[in-house]
Design a protein around this ligand. Sequence first.
Ligand SMILES: [Zn+2]
Length: 129
Amino acid sequence: MSDATSTDGAVDRFDESVAVDRAFRCTDCGRRWYYQRRRCPDCSGTDATTYALETGVLVAVTSVETTPPDVRSPNRLGLARFDGVQLIAQLADEVLSVGDAVEFAGAYRLRDEQERSRPRLSAVDGDSE
Ligand SMILES: [Zn+2]
């Protein structure tokens, strides 16, 4: 299979190497989504391309105080709207609030043994006032 992260080419199958700052677009119907899946949720098509997500806006924030072992506490999370998709991610900055512009600040593993990387968001540089 091809390297799904190298270009905006087709994603053949589930691929853990897809970067966390990329979303997916169905080549058949145009539906977009964030977390990788084998089939389009609308048309069940199996062909999708990826595209980079750049700047998003926080639409909700929360703080989880009671967390499992090895997970930070409090764990600040945000629901962010990007180009065509919404996603929940860990917030790197304590000061973020609803309406703030955010960008991807890399990935982390919720627990050391987990394979899947999860997104982390931070304030867009120069956005703070
Ligand atoms: Zn589709």
